[in-house]
Ligand binder design. Sequence first.
Ligand SMILES: Nc1ncnc2c1ncn2[C@@H]1O[C@H](COP(=O)(O)OP(=O)(O)OP(=O)(O)O)[C@@H](O)[C@H]1O
Length: 252
Amino acid sequence: MTQPILEIRGLVKEYQPGKPVLHGIDLAIGAQGITAIIGPSGTGKSTLLRCVNRLVEPTKGSIMMGGQDLARLRGGALRAARRRIGMVFQEYNLVERLSVMENVLTGRLGYVPLWRAWLRRYPRADLDRAFALLDAVGLPEHATRRADALSGGQRQRVGIARALMQSPALLLADEPTSSLDPRTAVEVMELMARLTGEAGVPVIVNIHNVELAKRFAVRIIGMTGGRIVFDGPPDAIGNDHLSEIYGGEDWI
Ligand SMILES: Nc1ncnc2c1ncn2[C@@H]1O[C@H](COP(=O)(O)OP(=O)(O)OP(=O)(O)O)[C@@H](O)[C@H]1O
């Protein structure tokens, strides 16, 4: 791997003292491509992703990005680091009563002065970029519609545009397709793969659908019980690995 964008060492998370959900994760993420994390429900995938942008507080360990330990940052330094990490959520997390365009512009919130955001006076360059992103995700004619008028697939496209509006150095996606029908799920993954590929932004995605993981990721991480039990390219993952990750084999 060339210089990793992210280097996680000995990451432990305990929501309750003495009951670790992550048991000392070591993981380096390359500077490009999609890394998919698969594993059964409750195995700590969301916790791992959320430790990276500190929506969850790590208990122990380091998360190095750009020479800084994200696990130790506070205040302004943490906010600055978060600007560089985009996030796409399962339930989209759009502001329902705002327009599609305004939702995309919130991706710039960490950059524009608060008074401008309050007055909704974004710089011209930001407006142009938001329109370009809406175009790229196939929603240019929806710019002025309220977010709550969109379908799930359309909302997730807005979620992707908003995350890219941040010009992130890294994108985290937590089950981005789990609320979508199978066809829309493929379309959303295709879009995310293409746009992040063009922008050169590496992605870490938690995903339940193993086929989608294999189709779009360059690397698959298999987790079970808060530990990594598989780490390799999509074509290296076999039924024995799936059985180890998810348990049993009658379902394979
Ligand atoms: N805020 C919290 N407080 C206490 N326990 C939590 C909290 N968030 C998650 N957990 C627990 O931590 C464990 C890991 O949860 P996590 O959501 O990270 O798993 P996951 O692999 O992402 O699951 P899923 O695939 O269902 O989203 C679970 O046992 C869960 O109940």
